[in-house]
Design a protein around this ligand. Structure first.
Ligand SMILES: Cc1ncc(COP(=O)(O)O)c(C=O)c1O
Length: 367
């Protein structure tokens, strides 16, 4: 069962569902900004919003069963040079959550293990548990049939570069097994994110599959980078076109709706939005860390400087609980590390515009 340490899990059924952030905003009369999710500080790109609104006009028709032209557009975004050859490995989903579950359903039965970090995004574990995998303890040296690593890691902010990532895969996946690497937050890395991404490593992935039967999947949630959690958009890059077809076979038809497809087709062209993201996120992140560090010298701030959130160890469960309550009361909810991650002294704070950080800092003055 998911760990459940919070007295109030809001809309989540803590016995059946995995806790996530992002549910409180609708219940707050004084809502200002959602610091509890890792979405882009720039909000939903207007290019995508416009396309999504227009697409309502066509929403009395079924969406395209082949997810086109949005799928090819995303392929062109991921592989500007080689998209035609690569797109057969790509499939879209109703958020990464749908694809996480589908890939784990197809995976070879046996053991499951998480990545090497203190904790990681929990849907992989939830799906493995639901599909009767034996869960290996974090930190185990044992190789698993299915190994899932979130890179950069939500929530800890750890990040492995490609050589370390490949070593981890070799050290942790059994021959014939699956490695699912979640790169949802990786495009924040910089303008050069593609060179640092596993999506650029076709030859490596092919060789690993041929030599050891290890299938490497690269998962993306697009609901964070393009701030569209309500629209539901994800994709997975499969090791081969056959793997992609195996997912297609079990995927519910039209799981990505007309509005989400139109949104995706537009945002991949929005170079300005990404330029702004790469330029401002590290600046706003550093400003927020500096400010909070001054206010709370005992707190520890974790995560790479390009990330859209800050993972904070307050080192005191009572302080963390009060910080969460004060933020919520001021209309700026943050994510407690308690429910879901079972790390109640930690909080996660999204990177946001300085005006919104002012509201949070004001709320925490009495902490
Ligand atoms: C690392 C990571 N992967 C996947 C997801 C799932 O996202 P979605 O289903 O909204 O695409 C999330 C959401 O928080 C996430 O943080």
């Amino acid at each position: 069962m998911p760990s459940d340490t919070a007295p109030n899990n809001g809309p989540w059924d803590a016995k059946l569902q995995q806790f996530h952030g992002g549910q409180e905003w609708a219940q707050l009369d004084n809502f200002v900004e959602d610091f509890s999710v890792t979405t882009n500080a720039f909000g939903m790109p207007s290019s995508g919003k416009l396309a999504a609104v227009h697409s309502i006009e066509h929403s009395h028709h079924y969406p395209p069963a082949d997810q086109e032209p949005a799928k090819s557009s995303l392929a062109r975004f991921l592989w500007p040079g080689e998209f035609a050859a690569e797109r057969e490995r790509l499939i879209l989903g109703n958020g990464a959550s749908e694809l996480i579950d589908l890939v784990i359903r197809m995976a070879p039965a046996g053991t499951w293990r998480p990545g090497p970090f203190h904790t990681q995004y929990k849907e992989y574990e939830r799906s493995a548990r639901n599909n009767n995998f034996a869960l290996l303890p974090p930190g185990t040296a044992e190789k698993a049939n299915v190994a899932c690593l979130v890179n950069p890691c939500n929530p800890t902010g750890d990040y492995l570069e490609l050589p370390e990532l490949k070593t981890w895969i070799s050290d942790n996946v059994l021959p014939g097994g699956y490695a699912i690497i979640d790169e949802s937050m990786q495009p924040w890395q910089s303008e050069k994110f593609r060179e640092h991404s596993l999506t650029s490593q076709r030859e490596y992935v092919e060789t690993l599959y041929r030599a050891q039967g290890i299938s490497v999947f690269v998962m993306h949630s697009w609901t964070k980078l393009w701030c569209c959690t309500g629209l539901r958009l994800g994709s997975v890059v499969c090791p081969t076109a056959e793997h992609m077809r195996a997912i297609k076979k079990i995927q519910v038809p039209w799981s990505v709706n007309t509005v989400a497809l139109a949104f995706l087709n537009a945002v991949v062209e929005d170079a300005k939005y990404l330029q702004d993201t790469w330029e401002m996120t590290p600046i706003w992140r550093k400003d927020t860390v500096d400010r909070l560090q001054t206010m709370f010298p005992a707190w520890e701030f974790h995560g790479r400087d390009f990330l859209s959130w800050i993972w904070i160890n307050t080192k005191d469960t009572v302080v963390a609980e009060r910080a969460v309550a004060l933020a919520r009361a001021a209309g700026v909810p943050v994510r407690s590390g308690g429910p879901g991650y079972n790390l109640p002294a930690f909080i996660r704070v999204a990177v946001r515009h300085p005006d919104k950080v002012n509201v949070l800092a004001e709320a925490w003055k009495s902490l």
